[in-house]
Design a protein around this ligand. Structure first.
Ligand code: HEM
Length: 117
């Protein structure tokens, strides 16, 4: 069970890497658009994160306040991506505050994950 949980953590981190990597590629040298790969990363991180939110394969208590905050931040990231993509289609570019918030909030969630114990 423990090894399976570690594999799901690995999948969760892969989702984070895809989301942040796709965003970073757009931020530096890209067109600063919302891409399909960002959604792939978001969905992988969300599904694996929800699986990890249940207490299996561990002997310690989960920090549900932290998990709740991470879920809210992830939903905000998803909403910003949806709004940013719609605005990008309409106006040709994603409003910079929307675009940059997606990367900052993704990093914030990774920071919350590793710093808040
Ligand atoms: C963009 C969104 C997210 C990012 C960047 C992210 C990032 C991370 C990172 C870097 C870790 C590893 C921390 C460590 O092992 O010390 C982690 C673990 C974890 N994440 Fe997330 N996460 C995100 C969304 C979520 C969501 C939505 C949930 C649940 C609703 C969640 C639940 C968890 C749990 C429970 C762990 C601990 C796994 C364990 O140690 O057993 N995450 N996350």
């Amino acid at each position: 069970m423990e090894i399976l949980r570690h594999i799901v953590v690995f999948v969760h981190l892969t989702g984070f890497a895809l989301l942040f990597g796709a965003w970073a590629a757009q931020a530096w040298g890209g067109k600063r658009q919302i891409t399909g790969l960002m959604y792939v990363g978001l969905v992988i991180a969300a599904v694996a994160g929800l699986a990890l939110a249940a207490p299996w394969g561990i002997e310690y208590d989960l920090n549900y306040a932290k998990i709740g905050v991470k879920l809210v931040v992830l939903l905000i990231i998803g909403a910003l991506m949806g709004i940013g993509q719609a605005r990008g289609r309409r106006n040709g570019s994603v409003p910079p505050p929307l675009f940059w918030s997606i990367g900052v909030l993704t990093l914030l969630n990774a920071g919350i994950a590793v710093i808040w114990r």
